[in-house]
Design a protein around this ligand. Structure first.
Ligand code: ZN
Length: 302
């Protein structure tokens, strides 16, 4: 008999349901709909539509998990996200009320890390730190195969930790304002938008992130990017000391990023402690849904 599980990636514009199969949780099929943004009830109805799609595809009520950006309070289930109409309400409670089942609902960066820790780039590692470098920065932490408990439901918000003064000083960088209301956060230098900030600072002109690789100042921009990214990895190593660090998101797909970070990390290394093991994610854009599906499978087996 085929083993199925399902994951739903709830985003600000799309809700993606993805069916997975087999012991390695391989992607089988997917279905995307627009995210209703006008009310919580409409969004929950859309989630239920997607859950029924997964159950219909599998021919049975399989385990299904949901991931979303933002903060999910582990005690109350209250969800807070910038682009999703949850307004502090519990998605888990709303689904339980309609379906009579408890589905895991987890942060999407934690789901990404769950995915990579199970038959992904972090497979077999006892502790995995996932670092998503997309438009913004996301982080997740998986210990012994499970999403690490987070007291306030925060994921690893390393993107909103300040870059050390030493790194701004040696690169001649200002403390740039961040969307979170503070300034000098890692996100403002090493995300996709951060790359654009670095390009603007160095060249004086606005260059879109995908066009930086063709620009005459590309090497200079990327060297500073890699230096700040190495500081971010150093912060993660000192805080979490993970067995493996897995990079995902659009910025991680720039050719040679891992070698660039390792080169810069040599100057930061503490005493004889080696650089952490850094690898690129293997499951691409399906990682959020896949991690949610794995969390659901584990919850069903517990
Ligand atoms: Zn910030």
């Amino acid at each position: 008999m085929t083993t199925f599980c399902g994951g739903i990636d709830l985003g600000g514009t799309k809700i993606e349901a993805r069916l997975f199969t087999g012991p390695q949780v391989e992607s089988h099929s997917f279905h995307r709909i627009d995210t209703p943004t006008d009310s919580f009830d409409a969004m929950v109805a859309a989630l239920i539509e997607q859950i029924h799609w997964l159950w219909g595809q599998a021919g049975q009520d399989i385990p299904v998990g949901v991931c979303m950006p933002g903060v999910i309070d582990p005690r109350s289930g209250a969800c807070h996200a910038a682009n999703i109409p949850c307004n502090g309400q519990s998605i888990q409670d709303a689904l339980h009320h309609k379906l009579g089942k408890t589905l895991p609902v987890l942060n999407d960066a934690m789901a990404f890390t769950m995915s990579e820790a199970h038959h992904g780039a972090g497979h077999g590692a006892q502790s995995v730190f996932g670092l998503i470098m997309g438009t913004g920065i996301g982080g997740g932490y998986v210990l012994s195969g499970d999403a690490a408990f987070r007291y306030n439901g925060l994921s690893v918000e390393i993107g909103h930790i300040g870059v050390p003064a030493r790194a701004l000083d040696r690169n001649g960088l200002p403390s740039l304002p961040c969307g979170c209301g503070k300034s000098g956060c890692y996100e403002t230098y090493i995300s996709g938008r951060g790359l654009e900030n670095l390009a603007k600072h160095l060249t004086g002109s606005k260059i879109a992130a995908p066009e930086i690789s063709d620009h005459s100042s590309c090497d200079q921009i990327m060297k500073i990017w890699a230096d700040i990214a190495a500081e971010c990895i150093y912060t993660a190593q000192f805080m979490l000391d993970p067995s493996a660090i897995i990079l995902g998101g659009g910025v991680s797909r720039i050719a040679g990023v891992i070698d660039m970070i390792y080169d810069q990390f040599e100057d930061l290394r503490f005493a004889d402690i080696p650089a952490p093991t850094i690898a690129l994610a293997q499951h691409g854009d399906s990682s959020g849904a896949r991690g949610a599906a794995i969390a659901a499978q584990k919850a069903a087996a517990a």
